[in-house]
Design a protein around this ligand. Structure first.
Ligand code: HEM
Length: 501
């Protein structure tokens, strides 16, 4: 790894999941473990075949990556002074009471009901296995080896399924992702106002400049024998960089009630399945096949690959009142693109004033939080068997196995990226001037004293005439979750060797 200039990315030091979704490896499992024996765990980690982000031709047939929670680093004997360098939200954990409330994890979604990850019983690490189906089982067994059970106690193994690019409700998934500026060609901070899909490397990897042109807070160490193998910090001379080439990984087990979803849509449309599918598309913001509800624009958008233009070359500029894609649709909440700066509503000078934070208070407050500071890299996988809309209308057999999404996203700043998306956009009952609704797929419908009802979904037809569906049910329930740190390979070796093993 020597000889790499400081600002270039040393792909051999980055875990592969940051660069690749491993979509060609259709079998995958996530082992959530707790450290049983520190010395055995460190020995296992030192020998673990962790796949890097170096491009391989042909692509690998198997891959594995590893990430740790804060209690996991503690269990490995990493000193408190070192753990203190990680972000506040990582150290506090996803299930911390005030954080859980902010994320909408109350009622059925509350950590006290989770199958794994509740406060005080978080897993220590997740070991992610990917493989071609015919190699997968033997790869898992070989990688675990004979020392796995000495080193770790299994919390649970989360299996995944291959639904051919669809999520369990039956909509195409994994279409829109930010394009990472690996070469760091883009000038930061950025002053352009047009929507772009290119995102600064520092939004997804620690130790590089983010969209503000700054380094996101990350752990730096005083040099000593244990930190010898780490790189020197780029903008903090004399320090060793534990964060560089690592990132945070957010994991949530989201159970999807597919029957409830389709039965609700069917009832709302008077028993007409094609219309039910159209209502579902309004809720998602795309058709089941993945086509956006707003027209594809002629002008290219930087960072959108021409091959995916038919699905992704759009903003909400042509739909300022949400007549085609409702403001509350899942993808419009999760990435409003430029809907916070609709051309028709705002002139260039007004946009600039607002972007600089001098705009009027009230309706425009949200506009200062431009979307480029809130992108995430989604890396999750589905679980459970496929169920078509027709099948979903039937009664469930007894003891039906659950379906859902093992949601995984990568981000350098959990609070500004994942938590902002989840709290300010997805769960927000006042998003884009709406009232009494949150994300139609993910909203928590629990009636909580003092909290507004969230069971509506508004579909404007034009500026004045609206259709509003009410009585939305809880279609997605959180079953577990945790914040992890996905270290660089150098940092992994530090964790595996550092402190008293
Ligand atoms: C079971 C839960 C979920 C389901 C069924 C779901 C489904 C979908 C679907 C069908 C799409 C459109 C396909 C695409 O653009 O890739 C999508 C996009 C997206 N989702 Fe979700 N999602 C879920 C949870 C989440 C969560 C928890 C977040 C973040 C907190 C999230 C963030 C996003 C983002 C950022 C996009 C891309 C939007 C864009 O760039 O246009 N999703 N989701």
């Amino acid at each position: 790894m020597g000889g790499i200039a400081m600002s270039e990315v040393d792909y051999a030091d980055v875990q592969g999941l940051v660069r690749f979704g491993y979509g060609h490896l259709t079998s995958a499992s996530y082992a959530l473990v707790r450290v049983k024996d520190v010395a055995a765990a460190k020995a296992w980690l030192r020998a673990a075949p962790v796949t890097s982000a170096l491009e391989q031709k042909p692509p690998p047939k198997t891959a594995s990556n590893i990430a740790f929670t804060a209690p996991g680093l503690e269990a490995l004997g990493i000193p408190d002074s070192v753990i203190a360098g990680f972000s506040h939200e990582f150290r506090g954990g996803m299930a911390e009471q005030s954080r859980a409330r902010q994320l909408g994890d109350v009622g059925d979604n509350a950590p006290s009901n989770w199958a794994w990850g509740s406060y005080g019983s978080e897993p220590h690490a997740v070991v992610m296995f990917f493989g071609e189906p015919n190699q997968f089982d033997s790869f898992v067994q070989t990688t675990k080896g004979s020392s796995w059970s000495d080193a770790f106690e299994d919390v649970t193994w989360l299996g995944t399924s291959n639904l051919d690019g669809n999520e369990p409700f039956g909509f195409a998934d994994g279409i829109s992702q930010p394009q990472i500026d690996w070469e760091q060609q883009r000038q930061t901070p950025v002053t352009q106002l047009q929507y772009t899909n290119i995102t600064a490397l520092g939004e997804f990897l620690l130790g590089y400049r983010n969209e503000y042109g700054k380094f996101t807070d990350w752990p730096l160490l005083e040099p000593d024998a244990a930190s010898e193998g780490l790189l020197s910090a780029e903008d903090a001379p004399g320090k060793k960089d534990l964060g560089r080439n690592g990132t945070y990984l957010v994991m949530r087990q989201l159970e999807q009630d597919v029957r409830n979803f389709w039965q609700f849509l069917y009832q709302q449309t008077g028993g007409n399945l094609p219309e039910a599918a159209q209502l579902g598309a309004k809720m998602v913001g795309r058709t089941q096949e993945g086509a956006p509800l707003v027209p594809i624009q002629d002008e290219s958008i930087s960072g959108i690959d021409p091959k995916s233009a038919q699905q992704n070359q759009f903003t909400y500029e042509s739909d300022p009142v949400g007549a085609r894609c409702p403001f509350g649709a899942h993808i419009r909440r999760a990435n409003p693109r430029n809907s916070d700066f609709p051309e028709q509503c705002l002139g260039a000078l007004r946009k600039l004033i607002i972007m600089l934070g001098f705009g009027p208070k009230g309706f425009y407050d949200d506009l200062t939080s431009s979307v480029r500071f809130h992108r995430i890299l989604r890396r999750g996988r589905e679980y459970g068997s496929e169920l078509s809309p027709e099948e979903a209308l039937q009664q469930a057999p007894p003891n039906e196995s659950p379906r859902g999404l093992h949601f995984i996203c990568l981000n350098a700043n959990i609070s500004r990226q994942f938590e902002f998306l989840q709290n300010a956009w997805i769960m927000n009952t006042k998003f884009s001037g709406l009232t009494g609704e949150s994300d139609p797929l993910l909203g928590n419908r629990e009636s909580i004293p003092g909290c507004p009802d969230t069971s509506a979904f508004t579909m404007p037809k034009d500026a004045s005439l609206r259709r509003r569906v009410s009585g939305l049910r809880q279609f997605v329930t959180v079953r577990g979750g945790a914040y992890f740190f996905l270290p660089s390979l150098r940092a992994l070796r530090y964790f595996a060797g550092a402190a008293n093993s």
